[in-house]
Ligand binder design. Structure first.
Ligand code: NAD
Length: 292
């Protein structure tokens, strides 16, 4: 069993830390919110991020954005950690900040964003996409597997964030075009079920269709059946698309579809859809665009 520090106990971090406690590790936790710390029974409540990092074999952060990650690690956590500790940031942040923080920490540092959402964090079925030194990845992989069902080493530091940005851009674009196809089907007199039955067994098949189908009916568990309660909220998708487009701009890559997806999700969020599941973009937005 390992000594683990865990900082950032929000919707994702708290259930992840609880799974580490359940696995029998000695876990020291910290969050700016005392209520969040109380949500991880069985862990030692540390007085600061630096205190949580002190003496740990592995130190995790699960924070909102790049600025928080930079402040936490470079504001004392990295310096307080053991020189041989492995530092793991699971937040979704921009590639450039992940690389800069890793370089400044002076320790083995992994960027390890996740997919699977709050339900995956609770169930311990997250997927970790990890960038950083192979030896550090190998040493923490068993612990990642106690919070998730897959951990994929993607390359050097920043590769985990790059994988997350690329994956979620693909997800956004397939959701938009799947939703557009259902709107077009409505106008052409084709039933939702018929389109689903054909496309789910044809080349239009995707996760957006067969798991998160944006119309109610064909996939009973999809958010469309519960008025688009997330699931994966549109404002988180907007954040991830912003990271993908930002990374592309920094790399000099033009994203025709990715930039369009960002524009559509920005408008959906501006119109009040941020708290809805991202598949809810069909509900008003795309139907309105189809009926000008
Ligand atoms: P959240 O806002 O619920 O939690 C963030 C926590 O960090 C809060 O409890 C906050 O008090 C704490 N915090 C902020 N700054 C801190 C600091 N300096 N020291 C200690 N604690 C600090 O966010 P979340 O939903 O748990 O998401 C965390 C990360 O995971 C984000 O980067 C998000 O994009 C990513 N993510 C979220 C989901 C999801 O479905 N919620 C899915 C995949 C990835």
């Amino acid at each position: 069993m390992a000594r683990i520090g865990f900082v950032g106990l929000g919707n994702m971090g708290a259930p992840m830390a609880r799974n580490l406690v359940k696995a029998g590790h000695q876990v020291a936790v910290f969050d700016l919110s005392p209520a969040a710390i109380a949500a991880v029974p069985g862990a030692e409540a540390a007085e600061s991020g630096a205190a949580a990092a002190t003496g740990a074999d592995i130190v995790f952060t699960m924070l909102p954005a790049g600025a928080h990650v930079r402040e936490a690690w470079l504001g004392g956590m990295a310096a307080a950690s053991r020189p041989d500790a492995v530092l793991v940031d699971c937040s979704t942040i921009d590639v450039a900040t992940a690389r800069a923080v890793a370089a400044a920490c002076g320790r083995a540092f992994l960027d390890a964003p996740v997919s699977g959402g709050v339900m995956g964090a609770e169930a311990g079925t997250l997927t970790f996409m990890v960038g950083g030194p192979a030896a550090a990845f190998a040493s923490v992989e068993p612990v990642l597997r106690q919070m998730g069902r897959a951990a994929i080493h993607c390359g050097e530091v920043g590769a985990g964030q790059a994988a997350k940005a690329c994956n979620n851009m693909m997800l956004a674009a397939t959701m938009i075009v799947t939703a557009e196809a259902f709107v077009l089907a409505e106008r052409l007199g084709l039933s939702h079920q018929a389109l689903f039955d054909v496309a789910s067994q044809s080349s239009g098949q995707s996760w957006s269709l067969t798991t998160y189908c944006p119309v109610p009916g064909p996939v009973p568990g999809s958010p469309a059946n519960r008025d688009y309660v997330p699931g994966f909220a549109a404002d988180l998708m907007l954040k991830d698309l912003g990271l993908a487009v930002g990374a592309a701009q920094a790399a000099g890559v033009r994203l025709e579809v990715g930039e369009k997806a960002l524009d559509l999700y920005r408008r959906f969020v501006e119109e009040g859809g941020g708290g809805k599941d991202f598949s809810g973009i069909i509900n008003k937005m795309l139907r309105d665009l189809a009926h000008p």
